[in-house]
Design a binder for this molecule. Structure first.
Ligand code: CUK
Ligand code: CUA
Length: 650
């Protein structure tokens, strides 16, 4: 391999000049530095492209990233926060499942958050998180909230980006699974959650032989109350859909604000039964050449619901399919074979749909569809009475992309980027003339992709992450279950270039969103005695000097403080059978001075960041001596930050 370092000399010269300018004094001659680089490149077998990629991503200690990515944590039910361009994992956020380090799901406050996601009274200890959605103002990420959907259990969570904590989980028994979740309208008026697998609405029973008549999909519009920072289920509503197996969703923006778009993959109304004389589901659902893009006027739906045109099912206001079809809320447009992704262009004018079994991306024109809808110019109706628009009169065109197009993101220069699962590439194409201009291979089998602010009215371009399902030969061998591979791609060069591979061993991440880091303004500490879920001063907050243990019959209230390096009280005596109400406040106000608190054998484990207050309730049903201690290495005397919980036998 021939190594030339002439290309790197200008870079090093710039660095040397900068060092001098910074008062660095003497700098090594450029030649010496570059020969050192040559030696390193030789020793590590690195090419010029490798070193360029390293220079574009390497982020020195103490330097921050330009973007933050919020990625789904898949089955873990968490969210992963990643810095770009360094690709450093910065945080996991516990969402649908307990997360021990954060004490999430261990104190009364966060147990109550998780309980919001129970279905039929059942605790759920996993999730299938797919799509995170940042809150938007005017169609742009505002850095305030994050939402994410759980496909398996039809749940949506609200995360406050002030402290990166999950504050609420909502679910409705109206539906049994989701996929088009979470997607937000341009001012976060609503968080959209759409069914994937059709079921009888409200959790009723019906044999799948009655699929056509008894099974239904629905789009739930969860009302987000920004002043409270919570979803308001009472102000939310749903629209009933035919059982076409709705897939992804996206909300219109700018010219298409007030509208939303949903894919579907089963106009065949297949329901499986491959041991009952039916075709298997996957071929049953792939017979027709066209499925239906659902075009929804959600503002109209909102008006109709406000006017009382709804039925209540499982506590949710539902606009019936017949009303949605008759009142122009729901209109169909054919879309080619087994569509998956639906993405609105930054100007809100076009809707891009990728058909998994089609080689095209189809670009629908909102203006054309709106004109047809306004003129009531339909090609016919489906069996449920929903009007259908002409395919050819609704599209602006199709772009020949390649094999297995899925999802599309955008940049600031008029280009779109579509993931091609089967071809395992990202295709870059021009929105103006619908022509592919570049492709970059990914490793391997890309699902979603995310570009910087790529879903907003003003995308940044710059970086893209290919979220690959397979990793094969990319990393050291770790047995049959491999990590997934997030590949950072440079969008600033004429040819797209892969810069970095990040193995993600917390699968399966589906989607992510990338936000400019300076839009986020998280707090550093909690106010003294703050309950992080309510944001208020906790009822049982403990002040320094007022620590105590109070007994009321067999109810024992422990008011405990934590500060470097002790818990007060450090001896707590109760009697077997008592119910213990532990109130723990961190008296710290120093950034990053976090304590943990654990009691052996009682599954007590919480995290108290500075100022935070938590409550823990449990029955002291095991007599004995139980060490309790701080689980964060908080200070030189961390090991001494301990005590005894004594349960005297009855
Ligand atoms: S996704 Cu959920 S199946 Cu393409 Cu948005 Cu992975
Ligand atoms: Cu507090 Cu260790």
């Amino acid at each position: 391999m021939r190594l030339s370092t002439s290309w790197i000399t200008p870079l090093l010269a710039t660095a040397a000049a900068a060092a001098v300018a910074c008062g660095g004094g003497k700098s090594a001659p450029t030649g010496a530095a570059s020969s050192g680089v040559t030696d390193l490149m030789k020793a590590r077998g690195l090419s010029e492209a490798d070193v360029t990629a390293a220079l574009k991503t390497y982020t020195p200690s103490g330097k921050h990233d330009e973007y933050l990515v919020f990625a789904s944590g898949g089955h873990s039910g968490q969210v992963i926060v990643i810095g770009v361009p360094s690709m450093r994992i910065i945080k996991y956020i516990g969402v649908f499942t307990p997360e021990p380090w954060q004490g999430y799901g261990f104190d009364d406050q966060t147990k109550a958050v998780l309980a919001g996601g129970r279905r039929s009274g059942q605790d759920l200890t996993w999730a299938d998180t797919h799509h995170p959605a940042l809150s938007e103002s005017g169609g742009d990420y505002d850095g305030k909230y994050l939402f994410i959907g759980d496909k398996a259990n039809a749940r949506v969570a609200v995360i406050d980006l002030a402290d990166f904590m999950t504050k609420q989980i909502v679910t409705t028994e109206l539906i049994g699974s989701d996929h088009g979740a979470a997607f937000v309208t341009p001012n976060t008026e609503y968080v959209i959650e759409t069914t994937q697998y059709a079921t009888p609405l409200g959790g009723k029973y019906a044999d799948p032989k009655e699929y056509k008549d008894k099974y239904r999909g629905a789009a739930v519009f969860w009302k987000f109350d920004r002043t409270k920072g919570r979803i308001d289920p009472a102000a939310s509503f749903a629209i009933e859909f035919p059982p076409y197996v709705q897939d992804l969703a996206d909300a219109g923006k700018k010219v298409s604000d007030g509208w939303a778009f949903f894919n579907s993959i089963n106009t065949e109304l297949a329901w499986g039964g491959n041991l009952e004389g039916n075709p298997p589901m996957e071929s049953g659902m792939s017979q027709n050449d066209m499925d239906y893009l659902h075009v929804v006027n959600w503002r109209k739906a909102e008006e109709l619901v406000a006017a009382g045109k709804f039925e209540t099912i499982a506590g949710m206001k539902v606009l019936p399919l017949s009303v949605a079809a008759a009142e122009g809320v729901l209109t169909f447009v054919p879309e080619p074979k087994s569509p998956h992704g639906v993405d609105i262009t930054p100007d809100g004018k076009d809707i891009v749909v990728g058909g998994k079994l089609d080689t095209h991306g189809t670009v629908y024109s909102f203006e054309k569809m709106k004109a047809l809808i306004d003129a009531k110019q339909y090609e016919g109706k489906d069996p449920y009475g929903v009007p259908i628009l002409s395919f050819k009169d609704s599209i602006r065109g199709q772009v020949e992309l390649g094999l297995g197009p899925l999802h599309t993101q955008f940049d600031d220069k008029g280009f779109a980027y579509t993931s091609l699962f089967l071809e395992t590439v990202v295709a870059k194409w021009s929105l103006a003339d619908l022509k592919v201009v570049d492709k970059v291979p990914t490793h391997y089998n890309i699902g979603h992709l995310v570009s910087a602010e790529g879903d907003t009215v003003s995308p940044d371009g710059k970086y893209l992450i290919a979220m690959n399902k397979w990793a094969l030969d990319r990393f050291n061998l770790v047995g049959p279950l491999l990590p997934q591979n997030f590949q950072l791609v440079d969008l600033t060069t004429p040819k797209m270039q892969v810069l970095y591979d990040l193995p993600l061993p917390l699968g399966e991440p589906h989607y992510a969103q990338m936000i400019k880091a300076d839009k986020l303004k998280p707090i550093e500490i909690y106010k003294p005695g703050e309950d992080p879920i309510t944001g208020e001063h906790a009822t049982h907050a403990v002040e320094g000097g007022k620590e105590r243990v109070e007994r009321q019959g067999d109810q024992v209230h422990v008011y405990m403080s934590a500060i470097r390096s002790n818990f007060k009280p450090d001896i707590v005596r109760v009697k077997e059978g008592d119910t213990v109400h532990w109130h723990l406040t961190s008296l710290e106000q120093a950034y990053d001075a976090t304590h943990g608190f654990a009691i052996n054998s009682y599954n007590v484990n919480v995290s108290v960041e500075p100022g935070k207050h938590v409550d823990i309730t449990f029955k002291a049903d095991k007599p004995g001596v139980f060490p309790m201690y701080c689980t964060e290495f908080c200070s030189a005397l961390h090991l001494e930050m301990a005590g005894y919980f004594l349960v005297e036998p009855r």
